[in-house]
Design a protein around this ligand. Sequence first.
Ligand SMILES: [Zn+2]
Length: 349
Amino acid sequence: MEENEKYMRRCIQLARNGLCQTAPNPMVGAVIVCDGRIIGEGYHVRCGEAHAEVNAIRSVTEPSLLRRSTLYVSLEPCSHYGKTPPCADLIIEKQIPRVVIGCRDPFPKVSGRGIQKLLDAGCEVTVGVLETECRQLLRRFITFHTLHRPYITLKWSQSADGFIDINRTGGTPAQLSDTYTLMLVHKRRAEHSAILVGTRTALLDNPSLTVRHWYGPSPVRITIDRQNTLPSDLHLFDGRARTLVFTETPHAEQPGVEYIQADFNQPLLPQLLESLYQRNLQSLLVEGGATTLQTFIDAGLWDEAFVETAPECLHDGVAAPVLNRKKIACTEQHFGRFIRHYWEREDWL
Ligand SMILES: [Zn+2]
C-alpha cells in the first residue's frame, strides 16, 4: 500500500504541472512502474492535447515492458471519445495488467465506466489511493461541474493594522506587496481562467490584470461598469487580454471587449457567475477592491483566499475585507510579511 501511495504522490506532483493550461479539463498525472522502477511518466499538459496516460505510455522507451507494468493515474481513465480516443482502450491495447487509480471520475454519467472497461478486459484495478488528495487536485473542475459556477479565489494585501489602501480619489494605491509577493500575485493570475476587479478599482488603480511577473497565459479580465462610466483608455480595454464588462446598458463593442447586460436590481453575483459558467471559465480570481471582495464573502461565494499582511501600518484608510469563516490552511512568512491561505469549503471532497 505504501508503494501505491508513493507512486500516486508522484502522479499528483506531475498533474500540478498542468495547472495553467489544462482548464477546462482536469489536471491529471500518470506513472508507469515495472519491477519497482518508474519507466514512464506523463501528465495532461494542455486542453485538447493527449491525456496523462497517453503521455506516460508514449514516454516508455521499452514498450515490451508495459505487459508486466503497473499504471498509476490520479483520475479514472476515460472511456469515451472526446477530443482524444479513450485512455481505457489504450491501456487494454497495450496489455498493461495492473492499474491503480486515485479517484473515480466526478461526472456521475461516466463515473466507473473506465474502471468497468478495464475490469472487463481482465485488468487488475485498485481504486481510491490518496483519494482525498486526488479529488483536491480536481477542486476547480469539481466545483465548476457540481455548483455550476467557477471556483473562486479571493486575494488581497492589507497593512498590519488592517487597511487595504489609503483613502484617496486619485493618485497611486498604497504599495503593500514586495517583489516576491508581486510575483506570487502574477503566478496566481496565470493559474486562473478569469480575474475580476470592481468598478472603483478598475478606475482608481487602472490595473492591466495581465501576467507579467510570471509565466503563463493572462486570464480573461472582468469588471463591473453599471452606467458605462469607465473611460475607454483604461488598461483593461487595451486589447492585451479578453475583457468582459457587466453593465446595465451594453454599448458598442471594442476589440477584445465584450459587454454583458445585467439586471442591477437583482443580486449581481449570481448573474455574473452564471455568465462565466456559460463561457466555460472554470476559475475566478477576485483581486479587489474591499467592497467587491466583501460582497463575495457575504454571499458565501468563495472557495479559498490568500491574504497578505504587510509589516507596515497605514493608520487610516479603506478597511480590509473580513472573512466570516476562517480555516487557515497554511501561513507563509517572508521578510516580516505573512501570506495566509484560507479555505471556505471542504464539502467538495
Ligand atoms: Zn483519457
